[in-house]
Write a protein that binds this ligand. Structure first.
Ligand SMILES: Cc1cc2nc3c(=O)[nH]c(=O)nc-3n(C[C@H](O)[C@H](O)[C@H](O)COP(=O)(O)O)c2cc1C
Length: 367
């Protein structure tokens, strides 16, 4: 994927535009691989200084130096969590990892929609499996909250058992675990969001967690394509459990905001700018249903304003991915600086004071 991750670095070399243009002509997945390699080689820009105190917060008992995280799917194999933390992310979520390695869908499977600053992917959980990620993470010092996002192999006979394996493998190593049942690219996976299936899944996952040495927080990542009844069912089930939080949301199978645009007809999940309104409305609607349960807001953040809106809609922390494709990794600095200005402009002293201040309006879709 085109990460102008390179651009802050190359600006110093004076060839930023030339190289960025070259990257933008590259196939999206090749460019993503190149970006991971650059990060692995230590070529990414590192944050200078520390985060403003207004950004320090906590979620599920985890202290965050700032509430902006890298969403799952960027570092599927836990190759660069430390580099991402040093760049300035307050949380880094690796994965989705499945018990066994798998190739994912045939290429091409990652597409840009430049006109809308959207992305469609149907990667299909391509990853090297639990053991590879575990081996990389076990000696790693990551100066940010480390999340491990767990999933199920496509050909698994028992999806639930795969999540239990994920808990057993990563409970003592991660700061939190994400149970991802909302990828649209593994047939049948989203069925786990339905009432009885979700009850069984969370029952087994949370009893596996209870047996681990560490009580690792477990978050559930849901789709933005749930309707009111679907959201009611999720809320009903999770409020009966000791699940620690939600991540709202994954990509959408909807195409309304990009209809007619280049690549819009590709199968897969849509993310980036065109996902912002829907995912933020779903976030607010879930906030109304789950009281004070921690929620991570994800989907379409591409500026300080859109990041701030997630908090106002009810998020305790946020994550992003697709915007970095178009905006470059220096977008992280811009977002954090803009959040601090927004907090001060609102007369507040910390980001936590803005959480949920506009939930009602966002839930109605009228921010
Ligand atoms: C290429 C790509 C791969 C992704 N892979 C995963 C994944 O493996 N697991 C997951 O939970 N979410 C995955 N996501 C979804 C993101 O974590 C995020 O929820 C979604 O893209 C919305 O955020 P954004 O608009 O800021 O990108 C992926 C997204 C993209 C674009």
């Amino acid at each position: 994927m085109i990460f102008s991750a390179f651009s802050p670095l190359l600006r110093h070399a004076g060839i930023a535009n030339l190289t960025k243009d070259a990257l933008l002509r590259m196939d999206a997945e090749t460019a993503h691989g190149a970006t991971i390699t650059a990060l692995r080689l230590g070529l990414a820009p590192q944050q200078e200084g520390s985060d403003a105190p207004e950004l320090a917060t906590s979620i599920c008992g985890i202290e965050l130096k700032n509430p902006v995280g890298m969403a799952a799917g960027f570092d599927k194999n836990a190759q660069v969590p430390r580099a991402l933390a040093l760049m300035g992310f307050g949380m880094v979520e690796i994965g989705t990892v499945t018990p066994r390695p798998q190739d994912g869908n045939p290429k091409p499977r990652l597409f840009r929609i430049p006109e809308a600053e959207g992305v469609i992917n149907r990667m299909g959980f391509n990853n090297e499996g639990h053991e590879a990620a575990f081996e990389r993470l076990k000696g790693e010092r990551v100066p940010a909250a480390l999340g491990v996002n767990i999933g199920a192999n496509k050909d698994s006979e028992d999806f639930v058992a795969d999540y239990v394996l994920g808990v057993n493998r990563f409970a003592d190593l991660a700061d939190y675990l994400t149970v991802n049942i909302s990828s649209p690219n593994t047939p049948g996976l989203r069925n786990l969001q339905a009432d009885e299936a979700l009850r069984r899944l969370l029952g087994e996952v949370l009893s596996a967690r209870a047996k681990a040495k560490t009580r690792v927080p477990v978050l559930l990542k849901i789709a933005p394509d749930l309707d009111e009844a679907g959201m009611d069912a999720v809320a009903r089930v999770i409020l009966d459990t000791d699940l620690d939080g939600l991540i709202v949301s994954n990509t959408t199978i909807g195409r309304d905001p990009v209809a007619g645009m280049e690549n819009a007809d590709e199968t897969g999940g849509l993310s980036g700018k065109p996902l912002f309104a829907l995912s933020t409305q779903r976030l607010a609607q879930m906030r109304q249903r789950v009281g004070a349960l921690p929620i991570v807001g994800v989907g379409g953040i591409h500026s300080a304003e859109t990041a701030l809106a997630k908090f106002e809609a009810g998020a305790n922390a946020v994550q992003l991915y697709s915007a970095l494709v178009f905006g470059g990794l220096d977008m992280l600095d811009r977002i954090k600086a803009g959040l601090v200005s927004g907090i001060r402009a609102a007369g507040k002293g910390n980001i936590a004071e803005l959480v949920g201040t506009k939930t009602e309006a966002w839930a109605q879709g009228r921010p």
